[in-house]
Design a protein around this ligand. Structure first.
Ligand SMILES: C[S@@+](CC[C@H](N)C(=O)[O-])C[C@H]1O[C@@H](n2cnc3c(N)ncnc32)[C@H](O)[C@@H]1O
Length: 285
């Protein structure tokens, strides 16, 4: 009996093995397809050969916990005159910029007279992106290792030019309710973005997770006295019946966006424009 049970378990394992191998192969194939799609999207940057000694595939933690003691101290702002050729240009900040390809691409190709700043909590990603920036000789884009939730205000309020665009694109979803406090967009960050944006400045938020997109949307919809949704102002921007933007307004997709669309996911986007000044509520409760 014991043998029979063991043998049958053995047979099941033997039969199961190819299934597991197939699943693994499928995952690897789809990851490779995704990587190829990203390489194609950013082909003109030709970044692959630019990080030769350290290998293209960095060993990088998939996630970090932004509430850990390692990330509570705000990051000091840089010396702006050292990082940008013209630190008076309008600034775009990408919060949680990941690999940074999206921002490097914009800095090189968008043609806007603008500076670009990426904030990212995974240090190794920042080191690699800053290496690319130096290799490409770009003087209008800079990446910082920072917990945006705690450092945005200090960094951005010290910038000498106007803050014209803030993007939060496919932020980590932290699905479990008890982990929502790890999400990057918390009330003080919304307040700081709202306060620091120049009049006419814009905020772009997007996610392939409806719950995350809705959370970000509700936070900025809450500032209806400051923001208009950009489709009301810019006829080139159109929304579906639910109020989500139909198209990507940036001219290039982020890496997460490429991966998600390859898997058939929908990207939920909103773009807000600051049309009135932010008057903080000084009422004493
Ligand atoms: C899912 S990835 C998306 C990256 C990129 N925006 C994209 O769409 O491809 C989210 C990124 O946000 C970063 N991140 C998470 N919390 C952060 C925080 N508090 N401050 C800065 N970056 C953060 C993560 O390390 C990760 O690289």
């Amino acid at each position: 009996m014991a043998w029979t049970a063991a043998a049958s378990l053995c047979c099941r394992l033997v039969r199961a093995a190819p299934v597991r191998r197939c699943a693994r192969r499928r995952t690897l194939c789809s990851a490779a397809r995704s990587t190829d799609a990203v390489d194609r999207e950013y082909a003109d940057l030709n970044l692959r050969p630019l990080y030769p000694n350290r290998g293209h595939h960095l060993r990088i933690r998939q996630h970090v916990n932004p509430l850990s003691a390692l990330f509570v101290e705000p990051t000091e702002p840089p010396e702006w005159t050292e990082v940008f050729e013209d630190p008076l240009l309008p600034l775009m900040v990408d919060i949680g910029c990941g690999s940074g390809r999206f921002l490097v691409w914009l800095a090189k190709n968008s043609g806007e007279r603008r500076n670009y700043l990426g904030l990212e909590i995974r240090q190794k990603l920042v080191e690699r992106t800053q290496f690319w920036v130096t290799e490409l000789g770009l003087r209008n884009v800079y990446f910082m290792f920072a917990n945006a939730t705690v450092s945005f205000e200090q960094i951005v309020s010290s910038y000498p030019g106007p803050l014209s665009l803030v993007s939060i694109l496919c932020p980590d979803p932290h699905f479990k309710k008890r982990h929502h406090k790890r999400r990057v967009l918390q009330t003080p960050l919304v307040d700081s973005i709202t306060k620091n944006l120049c009049l006419g400045g814009r905020v772009l938020v997007q996610s392939d997770v409806l719950d995350v997109a809705t959370d970000m949307r509700e936070r900025f919809d809450g500032y209806s006295d400051v923001f208009e949704h950009a489709d009301r102002i810019d006829k080139d921007l159109q929304c579906d019946n639910e109020g989500w933007l139909l198209d990507n307004p940036m001219g290039i997709r982020t890496e997460r966006e490429i991966h998600a669309e390859l898997e058939g996911a929908t990207i939920y986007r909103r773009m807000y424009q600051k049309t009135r000044c932010f008057l903080p509520d000084y009422s004493i409760s």
